[in-house]
Each structure stands twice: as C-alpha cells, then as structure tokens.
Write a protein that binds this ligand. Structure first.
Ligand code: GLC
Length: 797
C-alpha cells in the first residue's frame, strides 16, 4: 500500500516495510515498553536505553544522520571462504540479494539474504520487563553445507550520553563473562549524574547484560581485540581469524561481542535468542536471560507486545475515503506519540530522554481517547515538577531529576490546559483534589492549587497594556531574547492565556471557588480587549513586542512580518470576533500557506537579531525560522475546521500529512509513517525536505486535528460532540470511539455532498425526532460498558 521506491505500508496498515537500506535519511522505529527501549534504523543503526535515553543509555551512539554508523550489530562469516557481511546492512554494507525491514508497533524485523544465507532478525522489548530481545533465524538457502560464525557487537555506554570523553569513562567500566548465563555482564563505577552532595560520586546502579541462548564459541569485551588496532566496525579484525579472544575486565574500551558457530545443511535453519539490557543487579540480569532463552519465549513476548499495542491503538478507529488519514490516525500517530514521545522521548534527530514540561503534557492528550488514566498520571508527574512560585522546570531528567529553570512564560499554562482536556474527556473533577508536592517544596498541594499557581503566575507577569510578558520565550523556543528584560510582550501568550482562563473559570465555579472564577473571567475580558487593541496589526495579529517596544510579526517588519501562531490561536482561543477570525485565516492561506503547509512565519529572518533570539540565527526556511513547523501547522488545520472552512482544513492537513509528502521521498527525505518536526520552507535550498522526525509534539496534535476537527468527534463535559467538517466529495465515513467506557459506532453519511451541517441523527436505529439541524450536536452520554450505533446525516441546515 502507498508504495514508493523505498517502501510501503503493509496491506493492513500495521507495518511499514522498507525495501532498501539506502533510504534518503535514516528511517527509524522507536521501540519502548514505557521503561526500556531502543531505536533502530533501516540500516541496523541505533541504541538502547533504560528509563532515560540520555542519562541512562546502555549502548553507545553518536549522532551522524548521514553515516548512521553507530549500532548494535550482527555479523555473519562464512568460515569456508572467510567472507563476511552484516545481518543489518550496516556496518559492512555488502549488497544484499534481498533486504527488507518491517516496522510494527513495538517490534522490528530485518530480513536479508547474502551469499545464499537468509537471516531474519526480530527485535523487541519484553512488554513487562527491561529486556531487549532478538530472535535471529539463520537459514541456509544455498545448496551446500555452510559453516558460519554469527558475531554480535555493541559498545557499552552505561550511563550519560553522548560518551564524549571515552577515555575518562573507560576507567570505570568493568566487564566479565558469566558462563552459566552465556552472558557478558558490564558494570560502571561512576555515573555522571549528581548525587546528593551535587557531585558525581555514585556507581551506575545497574548491570548491563548481553547474552545468547547457546554456549558461544568465544566472546570479547575488548574493542581492540574485536576491531583490531585502528580497526573499524566495517572490517573487524576478529572476522579475519573468525574468533574472539575472551578478553574482559577493567581498562578496556568496553564492548560486547558473542560469537556462535553454526553448521547448516542445505535448507537447514537455526534460531538463536539474544538478550540485552540494564538490570537492577546480576541476579536480575541472570533471571531475565534465563526467562527469555527460547525462541518460543520471544514469540510469546512478541504476541504480548502486539496484543498490548492493539489494545492501545484500537479505542478509536476511523474509516474514511482517505487511506493515508486512516493509517495515520488509526495507528501511526498514536504510536509515535506514545512510543516516541511519552515513553522513549528520543529520536534520531533529537536524542532527548528528558520530559519537556509543555511537550509531554501536550503529547499526553493522545491518551485521552485511549486510557485517560495515563493522561492523569502525566498531569501528576508534571505537577511534581512545578516550583512553589508557580513556575516550572522547562525540562527535567527522570532518574537524575536534574531540571532546568528558565524564564519561558507559557510552560506552566499547559498544566491547566491539559487538566481541562482531561476533565472534558472524563468529567472527573476529582483530579483537582489529587495532591502533589512541588519540586522545591515537599508539602503537597492539590492539582487545583498547582493550576491556579500557574495561572496566577502568568497573570502576575503582564505588561501595563494587559498583554503577557514573553520573558525568555513562549511556545516558540527560538524567541529567546524578545523579553529578557521583562518588557517584551507576547500576543500569542495572551491568546493562550485567554483560552486557559475561559476553560478554567467554569472548573473553578464547579469546584465552588466562584470568587476566583469571577476574577479569571474579568481578567480574560481585559486580555481580550488588550489583544484586540494592541495586538491587532491592521490585517493580522502581531506576535508581540521586544523589550524596546518595537513590534515583531508586524507589517512594520521586513522579516518575520507575519507569524502563524497568533493567527491560529486567535481563532482557537475564540479571542477574535467572527470577522477577524475569517480575516486572519485568509492571511494564513494567502501569506503563510505554501506547498508543504503553513509556514511558522514569513518571510524568514535573514538578519540575526540578538533582541529576538536564536530563531533569527537559523538559516532562512529552517525550523522555527520560516519552515513548516508541523506542531504549529496542525493548529492551522484546527482553526480552519473550527471556522467551518472544510476545504482549507483538509488541504492544510493533507499538505503536512507525511504520507502525502512521502510520495516524493527524495524531496521529502523523512519517514512517511511519522510526522516530521519541520519541513524546510521556501527560504531554504532544500525547500520541502522533512526532518526532526519522531521527537516533536506534532503527532498527538495532528491526530486531534484529523479526528476531533476534520471528522469532528471530540469530548466535552456534556458528552461527545459531533461537528464534521469534511471534503464535500466524501460520501461519508465511520468512526468507533470509546468515550467514558461506552463504545460509539458512528456512521456519518453525506448524501448531498456538503462539508458541514447535521440534518438528522439516528441513535440505535431510532431517528431523533426532536433533532434540530445544526452545525454540531452533543450526543447523550451512554451507559458505561454498552455499545451503540449512531448515524448522522449531513446536509444543508
Ligand atoms: C520544540 C520544543 C517545543 C517547542 C517547539 C517550538 O519542538 O520541544 O517545546 O514548543 O520546539 O519552539
């Protein structure tokens, strides 16, 4: 399905199949069970981690998108001829007779055939335990007996990545071979995370293990022995002799290599199992190795992984005339948001590991329609990373708990934003009573108080004109110097605050704090007035002002004249009246929309402006400097749909849809099955090229744009809202959505070829007689545990 010269989706859409190792850029899969994980590229590159891909990386990897030459490798050697190659394409890069990489939710299978030997390498993480499993089948498809060596190779990282000062780190690593477990075990006596007294003075609290389920012929932990002096992974010295030296101990450049000999008759195959991970101690390492030593145990783990993902991905299923939209929303966007963003928090372009305060709160919206309890957990986690004064860590590292305080001004508002989204989904106000401490104050306080502190903090940072101060940046990180002196303003933040106040006031009302609710309403009116007076630039909303009072994102500016976010959020927040909302949406489609979607700003900055920030230092058309920034571009889809502009919404959606962009893979370069962070804008020589895939906040938002705004099925406290805003050509679509434990099977029919407007509603076969045609309707809340059929007929109202 949707085949290009590099790959295709499997017929059922659950796998992406890459058919050549030489895709335009590494096309990866981020595999995680929520605790342990690995990333792998189609060449076989990548790395493994536990809990935090940056402070607890198990194997070494350094970023080189072009060479992609760090990985955990398997080599095959024909012991008769001495010829060798690798099971993945890297690192030997022999030309395989056949090569296929299958990415599914939670697993990877690399199948290749070289010199009459076929290999199938399945990789996954056991769903419940911190252990990465490889099942490797080696099949002799030639006509003669083959004597082979299969050798694994990985470099131990064991802690903070990147391991830029290797000679320092080598001093602390110790490896040994455990013959009963057929395993190499690795420990490290230093972990570069601050211990209680603020210095590094603790041991890495894990035991690394790498094992195989048969007794290996030989093993090695010495890089010098495996690769040879001045050797390389593409031609390891060990493969010339076909043996490893059984070196291990201290003071080696520590690697892990296990060599197994195989003798296969023509047509014969053998399957081996490898385990890799970081266990709590040696005992746990041995127990994991023992538990997963048969191919069957790995098959079972794969079955459980599949079942887990199928459960997670099946709570909302759409069936529309757009195959790409279906594939993305049914599986891939959810998978990206959960595996890549919430669990792995890492990618090839940005190997993170930390939680971003605003980032993972936004990403956690993906769980609302799947398992809202997970969103709740995310909210509590972020509440614990708020400081007593209401500000928050911009990001923090799990495990080390090192957090970064900044003067970014929007981060904190995403807490009440997502709390509201959680309440809309569940109607469960009790979350506001949950208590959590602060990062700098152990005395717990309610989530309501955490939210109020966030909002009050932003309200305390307003200009005299009643527009929020931008400080060291708002959602747009690159506007890092606009308001360092606490004078510069953000019109966008005013819109966002207006939205949050509007959502939080009724929550406070329901909680009995009408006093504060009233104050928030009054504040929001004042902000609306200010944004519409001082933020209105004549034809669009400006972005704000610098500390000097000079405008940015204004017609007064030659560069960065118009920014996207203040236009889309003018609509989304409801701060603009109907006329202005239409006007700014026209600005989006006329001035910002290009072939690959709406640009974050235009024209790109060419003059570096130290009073705006590092955004202006990016090359023109790159990332926040005038690229299509997918995260923000999804808001344009939502704004258009909110205004009922179905053609605009669908066209904008399709332009940023990676499957659509990926139809021209050599121009787009990035993976077609996940969103990219950005697509180069017209100022760039690589206009249209996607990059920064996986690790960006766009997946959950693109899912919302498609399901909640184009298909128009979204949660509200009152019930499930239906307000389709679809292309006229669609004859209809179906969607199954679980909402408050009831299953809604919704069919939307469009007999008269309209985009919006509901004419009739049929619930479980009964026409709702009292139904008054409208652009949207709210379905009754159905009994938990039940399943219902809803049909709506679109038509002119
Ligand atoms: C990156 C950051 C995100 C920020 C965005 C725009 O995606 O992770 O927090 O909002 O860039 O600057």
């Amino acid at each position: 399905m949707l085949k290009t010269k590099y790959g295709r989706f499997s017929q059922d859409g659950t796998e992406f199949i890459i058919t050549t190792p030489t895709t335009p850029r590494p096309w990866v899969n981020v595999v995680s069970n929520g605790e342990a994980g690995f990333i792998v590229s189609q060449t076989g590159g990548g790395y493994s981690w536990r809990t935090n891909a940056q402070v607890n990386r198990i194997t070494r990897w350094e970023q080189d998108i072009l060479k992609d030459d760090w990985g955990k490798y398997l080599y095959l050697r024909d012991n008769a001829s001495g010829a060798y190659w690798s099971v993945g394409w890297k690192p030997v890069c022999a030309t395989p007779e056949r090569y296929e990489v299958r990415y599914g939710a939670g697993y990877v299978v690399i199948t290749s055939r070289t010199q009459g030997i076929e290999t199938e390498w399945t990789m996954l993480v056991a769903p419940e335990e911190p252990v990465e499993l490889w099942k490797v089948t080696v099949r002799n498809v030639s006509r003669r007996r083959r004597r082979l060596s299969l050798m694994s190779y990985l470099e131990w990282g064991l802690g903070v990545a990147p391991d830029w000062h290797r000679e320092f780190h080598n001093c602390f690593i110790e490896t040994n071979y455990d013959a009963t477990a057929n395993a190499i075990l690795a420990t490290k006596r230093l972990w570069e995370v601050p211990s209680d007294n603020g210095h590094w003075n603790t041991a890495w609290p894990y035991v690394g293990f790498h094992s195989v389920n048969v007794k290996p012929h030989s093993f090695d932990c010495s890089k010098e022995q495996v690769l040879g002096r001045y050797g390389t992974t593409s031609s390891p010295q060990a493969l010339q002799g076909g043996r490893l030296t059984k070196s291990c101990g201290n003071s080696l450049d520590a690697v892990s290599s296990l060599l197994v000999k195989l003798s296969l008759k023509a047509g014969q195959e053998k399957t081996l199992v490898y385990a890799l991970g970081a266990a709590g101690d040696r005992k746990q390492a041995r127990a994991l190795v023992r538990k997963y030593r048969t191919p069957r145990s790995v098959d079972n783990a794969l079955e459980r992984t599949r079942a887990r993902w199928d459960r997670l991905l099946s709570t909302t299923v759409v069936e529309t005339p757009d195959t790409g939209l279906n594939l993305l929303t049914n599986r891939w966007l959810k998978y990206q948001a959960i595996a890549g963003r919430l669990w792995g928090r890492t990618g090839y372009y940005q190997a993170g590991g930390a939680y971003g305060y605003r980032d993972q709160l936004q990403d956690s919206q993906i769980f609302l329609a799947i398992d809202p309890e997970q969103t709740r957990k995310q909210i509590l986690l972020h509440a614990r990373h708020q400081l007593n004064d209401g500000t928050v860590y911009h990001w923090w590292h799990p495990l080390s708990e090192v957090g970064h305080r900044t003067e970014m001004t929007d981060d904190l508002l995403w807490l009440p934003f997502v709390v509201d989204a959680y309440v809309e989904e569940t109607n469960d106000l009790s979350i506001l009573d949950a208590v959590e401490p602060f990062a700098d104050n152990p005395i717990p306080s309610t989530i309501q108080d955490h939210c109020v502190r966030s909002i009050d903090k932003v309200l305390s940072r307003m200009s005299t004109r009643k527009i929020p101060l931008i400080g060291a940046g708002d959602w747009n990180d690159g506007l890092s110097a606009v308001g360092l002196h606490w004078k510069g303003e953000s019109v966008w933040l005013g819109q966002f605050l207006f939205f949050v106040l509007g959502k939080f006031a009724p929550i406070l009302e329901a909680r009995g704090d009408s006093e504060r609710a009233r104050r928030y309403r009054n504040e929001s009116l004042a902000i609306r007035e200010a944004v519409n007076t001082h933020g209105w630039d004549g034809q669009w909303y400006s972005y704000g002002t610098k500390d000097s009072g000079e405008k940015i994102g204004s017609r007064e500016n030659a560069e960065g004249r118009v920014h996207l976010n203040p236009q889309t959020w003018a609509v989304i927040s409801g701060i603009a009246d109907h006329g202005r909302a239409q006007e700014v949406m026209d600005v989006v489609t006329k001035l910002l929309e290009h072939k690959a979607g709406p640009l974050l700003l235009s024209p790109a900055y060419r003059t570096q402006d130290e009073k705006i920030g590092y955004l202006t230092r990016y090359a023109p058309g790159v990332r926040e400097n005038g690229a299509v920034y997918t995260h923000a571009a999804t808001w344009a889809v939502i704004a258009a749909a909110q205004l009922g502009r179905a053609d605009d919404a669908y066209r904008l959606f399709s332009k940023i849809n990676p499957i659509v962009r990926g139809r021209a893979p050599d121009a787009y370069c990035a993976e077609p099955y996940v969103t990219s962070g950005n697509i180069d804008g017209p100022g760039s020589p690589f206009y249209g090229r996607g990059g920064w895939t996986w690790y960006t906040g766009s997946a959950a938002w693109l899912w919302k744009a498609a399901v909640e705004w184009i298909l128009g099925i979204r949660a509200s406290r009152e019930g499930l809202v239906l307000s389709p805003c679809i292309p006229k050509e669609w004859k209809g679509f179906r969607i199954t959505r679980v909402f408050r434990n009831a299953t809604y099977h919704i069919e939307v029919k469009n007999p008269s070829g309209v985009s919006t407007g509901i004419q009739a509603l049929v619930l479980d076969g009964k026409k709702a007689e009292a139904f008054v045609p409208a652009a949207s309707t709210v379905l009754p809340i159905l009994k938990s545990g039940t399943s219902h059929q809803i049909t709506i007929i679109l038509g002119r109202q």
